[in-house]
Ligand binder design. Structure first.
Ligand code: ZN
Length: 488
């Protein structure tokens, strides 16, 4: 199978033709959520970006094993490596068992993913379920001389590693610069150097989540789980590792160091990073008061939101930007996305109503090639969407009788548009099954009949409709040229 896809590889800092190691199989690993809070806007972008990649790889005919982990242990509050465990802290505050917290927020995350039409990955491993693999990896790194034990904890020896390999090659950082920018150790630390990171941490007496290990009763460092679980399910070398740009340093840099220290080479061949979402030009953060959960977006219940937005509006909004550009969230941008999504869905349903002609006045065959070329060019979804809006224009012109298409061209247009809208972009037609829209159309129809009845002075029918609607809570208000209604 000839690969046509190119992806921007953060490691080489350029677009590369994607060639899988063992075609037709593709191994894809993406860092999943730390499950200690409600899913928010920041979760939506990587989930949708890698869903797009997953869908497109499958559309190209690859057999993709997509692994996306759940971090339920080891992600500490400060620098990911110091302070209290995020899941454990939530459990302490809410007087729950940490696994109750992890389970609850995992379910919330899944609900949000389903709403956004994000496909379930092939495997979704939990960090807490892979302690044995993580202990084994720590042992390998210790054996190869790239880690040291200190007071029951094990730290990665960045200096020793950097003498042989390059620590910082993904993020473009240089160890000497990092050293001058890191605060000095306070004398309490078990680390030899401030930039060393934990592979295994000895648990303090109050720390609830702990497992026995050769070094202490403790828990794995956050970076370790992804190296251990990608190795477990995708092997020592696999195709694509993805995640948000915010994870590039230290998380992904440390993953590369761990895998290289254990195996002598990088694990992932292509590193793909999505850019961040900003809110009215600002970074999203709890302290900035602009932190928006997905539930708040869906209900409109947040001071920054002018209205509720549907999950498909959010998905469309994310796909309208290239995954490597920043995406600025604002009510205006989301309202524009809502209109765009509705226009697209309306045109997709109009496709079924097109009447064929003997000849075509517009060109259809080029469309598929252009959509494919855009996706092949580092998943350029905004260009695909622009191509689809060209199709929307054609569909509407044919429907209005300003252009013509033959039967086979209509069939081709249907196939291409549906394939890119539903299979590749992963949009769902939430308007087709919208009962509230159907209900208002039915009420309008009934009121039309009532207006006719009034015009022919059939007061019995007219009153019966008004009273009947009133009895089920629909209030009819008469106007000069007809009537209005509202639900009481
Ligand atoms: Zn990770």
């Amino acid at each position: 199978m000839e690969s046509t896809l190119t992806l921007y590889n953060t490691l080489s800092r350029r677009k590369e033709r994607f060639e899988p190691l063992r075609p037709p199989f593709v191994g894809l690993y993406v860092c999943g959520p730390t499950v200690y809070g409600d899913p928010h806007l920041g979760h939506a972008r990587p989930a949708i970006t890698f869903d797009l990649l997953f869908r497109y790889l499958r559309a190209l005919g690859y057999k993709v094993r997509y692994v996306r982990n759940i971090t339920d242990v080891g992600h500490l509050e400060h620098d990911a490596d110091e302070g209290e465990d995020k899941v454990s802290k939530k459990a302490r505050l809410e007087q729950l068992e940490p696994m109750e917290v992890a389970h609850y927020y995992t379910e919330r995350y899944h609900d949000a993913m389903r709403a956004l039409n994000v496909l379930s990955p092939s495997i979704e491993p939990h960090a807490s379920g892979h302690i044995i693999e993580q202990i084994e990896l720590v042992r390998r790194i210790l054996d190869r001389g790239f880690a040291y034990e200190s007071n029951g904890s094990v730290y990665f020896d960045v200096e020793a590693y950097n003498k042989k390999y390059h620590y910082g090659k993904l993020s473009g950082r240089v160890l000497e610069d990092m050293l001058s920018n890191t605060r000095a150790l306070d004398g309490q630390s078990d680390k030899h150097n401030p930039y060393d990171f934990a592979l295994w941490k000895k648990a303090s007496p109050e720390h609830i989540m702990r497992w026995p290990s050769p070094w202490s009763d403790g828990f794995p460092g956050w970076h370790l789980e992804c190296s251990a679980m990608s190795m477990r399910y995708l092997g020592e070398q696999f195709d694509i590792h993805g995640g948000g740009m915010d994870l590039m340093f230290p998380h992904h840099e440390c993953e590369i160091a761990q895998s290289t220290a254990a195996c002598g080479h990088d694990a992932a061949r292509y590193w793909v990073h999505n850019n961040m979402i900003t809110i009215n030009g600002q970074k999203m953060g709890k302290s900035l008061g602009n932190f928006i959960t997905l539930e708040q977006l869906l209900t409109g219940n947040h001071p920054l939101l002018a209205q509720a937005y549907s999950a498909m509006t959010i998905r469309f909004f994310v796909l309208q930007a290239h995954y490597r550009s920043t995406l600025d969230f604002s009510n205006e941008a989301l309202q524009a996305a809502e209109k765009g999504y509705e226009r697209l869905m309306k045109a997709v349903s109009t496709l079924d109503k097109l009447k064929p002609s003997a000849t075509s006045s517009v060109d259809i065959p080029g469309i598929e090639g252009r959509c494919r070329a855009a996706m092949d060019d580092d998943l350029n979804s905004p260009v695909v969407i622009a191509e689809l809006f060209d199709c929307v224009r054609i569909i509407n012109q044919v429907y209005d009788g300003h252009q013509t298409l033959t039967e086979s061209d209509i069939a081709e247009l249907k196939r291409v548009v549906r394939f890119y809208v539903f299979d590749v972009l992963g949009l769902r037609d939430d308007l087709a099954g919208d009962n509230s829209r159907m209900l208002s159309e039915v009420i309008d129809l009934v009121l039309d009949i009532r207006t006719q009845a009034k015009q022919s002075k059939d007061w019995t029918t007219s009153d019966r409709i008004r009273d009947g609607l009133g009895s089920i809570g629909i209030k009819v208000k008469d106007r000069k040229d007809g009537s209005d209604w509202e639900i009481e």
